[in-house]
Design a protein around this ligand. Structure first.
Ligand code: BDR
Ligand code: CA
Length: 311
């Protein structure tokens, strides 16, 4: 099994991604670290605990990480995920403890103590925690097996500004640090997540699943879906973060290229934009596997069969 740490800001799609990871026998989740993003870091930590309690997996420790991005005073996408960050289901307040150690310190310690190249990181929110860990302890970079992250956008532009995707726009400095770190990186950008739409038929299949986890997932999707439908006028809302976990469980679901990706930091028009050298027009070396194709039916198939395994 792949040993992973999940860094996340739940978040409706983060919650589904965590469930997918919990349901997979191929992944061993060592810990979950929360970050400020969709809602505050306190709330994202509590939301992670809620999912673990729902799935009967309180053996997985939850750490709270950074309270704000490097270059902004705050950030939020509660207009999409609701004030709790996971609006929809009626989940009780969590009772499991949040670990006392700061998420960044945990990350440094976990990477240093894991066998060289054994630990993977899955990033589902702004990359603040990993960026600060890399600043604090540059020795960890060559020890990480890989980073799989939801972030960036190329062919269709952004979802929070015309040019930038939310996670990269929320903390462009952090994304820049991770992209320059030399850690093997796989990006699941809007290019693929916007292909993985929660159509009525796919939602109906999820609704038919037994178990309280699937029921909570559907309640969240129905809440978030309404908003996105109004925004995009599509046949269903995109499902972003579960693409990271799906790419680890079933790599054939996604296709892309090793390319150079650079983050725009300074221009108001393009701040947080992922500039992708898809055609190799610069001499900049490749630093990421940038995904652009997705097998959406295969992805929803994987999601349904996995959620069916949870309580
Ligand atoms: C990303 O933004 C967040 O709102 C989602 O959870 C996802 O990680 C998509 O742009
Ligand atoms: Ca997220």
């Amino acid at each position: 099994a792949h040993r992973i740490i999940i860094d996340t800001d739940p978040g409706v799609d983060d919650a589904l991604a965590i469930m997918l990871a919990l349901a997979s026998g191929q992944l061993r989740i060592q810990a979950i670290i929360s970050v400020a993003g969709n809602v505050t870091v306190e709330q994202t930590a509590r939301n992670a605990c809620r999912i673990l309690e729902l799935a009967d997996r309180t053996d997985i420790p939850v750490y709270a990480g950074c309270a704000r991005p490097i270059g902004h005073t705050s950030v939020s996408a509660s207009h999409i995920h609701g004030v709790t960050g996971m609006d929809g289901p009626d989940l009780p307040p969590p009772t499991m403890p949040i670990q006392p150690l700061h998420g960044v310190d945990y990350l440094v310690e976990a990477i240093r103590t894991a066998p060289q190249g054994s630990l993977g990181l899955v990033m589902m929110g702004p990359m603040t925690n990993l960026a600060l860990a890399l600043i604090k302890a540059p020795d960890i970079a060559p020890r990480v097996r890989q980073v799989v992250a939801m972030g960036g956008a190329w062919s269709e532009g952004g979802n929070i500004t015309p040019t930038a995707e939310f996670n990269f726009h929320a903390d462009p400095e952090a994304a820049d640090i991770v992209l320059r770190s030399g850690i093997p990186l796989t990006l699941l950008p809007l290019d693929v997540t916007h292909q993985c739409l929660t159509t009525p038929q796919r939602l109906a299949r999820l609704r038919a699943l037994p178990g309280r986890c699937a029921a909570a997932a559907v309640a969240m999707l129905e809440h978030a879906g309404r908003f996105d439908l109004a925004k995009y006028g599509w046949a269903g809302a995109p499902l972003h973060d579960p693409c990271t976990i799906a790419s680890l469980i079933a790599p054939d679901l996604f296709g892309g290229r090793q390319v150079n990706v650079t983050i725009s930091l300074d221009d108001a028009l393009t701040r947080g934009m992922s500039v992708v050298d898809w055609w190799g027009t610069t001499k900049r070396p490749a630093n990421a596997m940038f995904m652009r194709q997705a097998d959406a039916d295969g992805f929803y198939d994987l999601l349904s069969t996995h959620l069916a395994r949870l309580p």
